[in-house]
Design a protein around this ligand. Structure first.
Ligand code: FES
Length: 331
């Protein structure tokens, strides 16, 4: 009997100590594992053994090639190859559709609403902080929203900006108001915390982009992240920063967090001419960008202006994350 075995799932290989459950070993090495009961009852964590031999305590027997095990209750007796979609790299969640209960809708400002969706019983939000989901209304294209809340909860919070001038968002909000349930697909996006940052973090949001950076911020706090975190949140006017007190609280309650509200109180619905204001706020308060990991949630105009300016000021491009880079790539 060896002390450590190698277990493969697709391209992912991880080590499992003798006597350690497969799910514990995978999580210990930073992988995500789809779990619910953790007691061999619900089968959410099932895997087929392709190669090797495992002991599944929930079945009380050794399982070989062709057999099915529950990862939360199985230890391996040899190097093994498993087939399962219950172990995956953070950020590589395969989007799945769920019918969610519309649990609550409440205004955060004149035109921004907190929407609370509740996943089906026995299900938890399988995503990484910083990812987004789609709301799938009948006969309509999917509508994408950043997730403002934390993974591993039945409740998922979104921040939806809707007003008569924003017709499609208004349609979605009205549908949610009139419906008991709604279909969503979860989760998308690579601009997320799929690895623990190894240096200072800068979070930049415009408007409801705050939802994404809020989820990242709360995840970092929950992890006890000790490096400095700077949060920059921009809007046309102060009232656009619809959770200003919450953002201030992050800074007041954590010595390593600084919050910079950025607004101009000007009449400009587009705000596109003022990306520089947000970018300059970062540059004027940050002497060294070389070690920073930067997450930006806003329009393509903001994201690419920030990217160009920050690279000129020493940022490692590999440490710049935004969903815009995926959905609106620059040629
Ligand atoms: S989490 Fe329920 S069987 Fe493993």
């Amino acid at each position: 009997m060896k002390d450590i075995y190698k277990v493969s799932v697709g391209d992912t290989v991880f080590e499992v100590k003798a006597g350690e459950t497969i799910s514990d070993a995978a999580q210990r090495q930073g992988l995500k594992v789809r779990l619910s009961c953790r007691n061999g009852v619900c089968w959410v964590c099932e895997a087929t053994v392709d190669v090797g031999s495992l002991f599944d305590a929930s079945q009380g027997q050794n399982i070989g090639p062709g057999g099915v095990v529950r990862l939360c209750r199985s230890i391996t007796l040899s190097d093994a190859v498993l087939a399962t979609d219950s172990i995956f790299q953070p950020g590589n969640v395969v989007a799945k559709e769920f019918a969610c209960q519309v649990a609550a809708i409440k205004p955060l400002s004149d035109d921004v609403f907190s929407v609370l969706l509740r996943l089906p019983a026995g299900t938890k939000g399988d995503f990484v902080a910083g990812q987004y989901l789609s709301i799938n209304l009948p006969d309509a294209d999917p509508a994408f929203f950043s997730i403002a809340s934390q993974p591993d909860s039945r409740d998922i919070e979104l921040h939806v900006q809707a007003s008569p001038m924003r017709e499609s968002a208004m349609t979605i909000l009205n549908h949610l108001r009139e419906s008991l349930t709604v279909k969503i697909s979860l989760a998308y996006g690579k601009a997320c915390l799929n690895h623990p940052p190894s240096g200072p973090v800068i979070l930049i949001a415009a408007g409801t982009g705050y939802a994404q950076v809020r989820s990242i911020m709360e995840a970092l706090i929950a992890q006890g992240f000790a490096y400095p975190i700077k949060l920059f949140w921009g809007g046309r006017e102060k009232r656009d920063l619809y959770l200003l007190e919450e953002a201030e609280r992050f800074a007041n309650q954590h010595a390593n967090i600084e919050f910079y509200p950025v607004y101009a109180d000007i009449e400009d619905n587009d705000w596109s001419g003022h990306h520089a204001q947000l970018v300059n706020a970062v540059l004027s308060t940050t002497a060294d960008l070389t070690a920073a990991e930067i997450f930006v949630s806003g329009s393509p105009g903001l994201v690419y202006e920030a990217l160009d300016e920050f690279i000129e000021n020493g940022l490692d491009e590999q440490k710049f994350y935004s969903d815009v880079l995926e959905y609106a790539p620059r040629n």
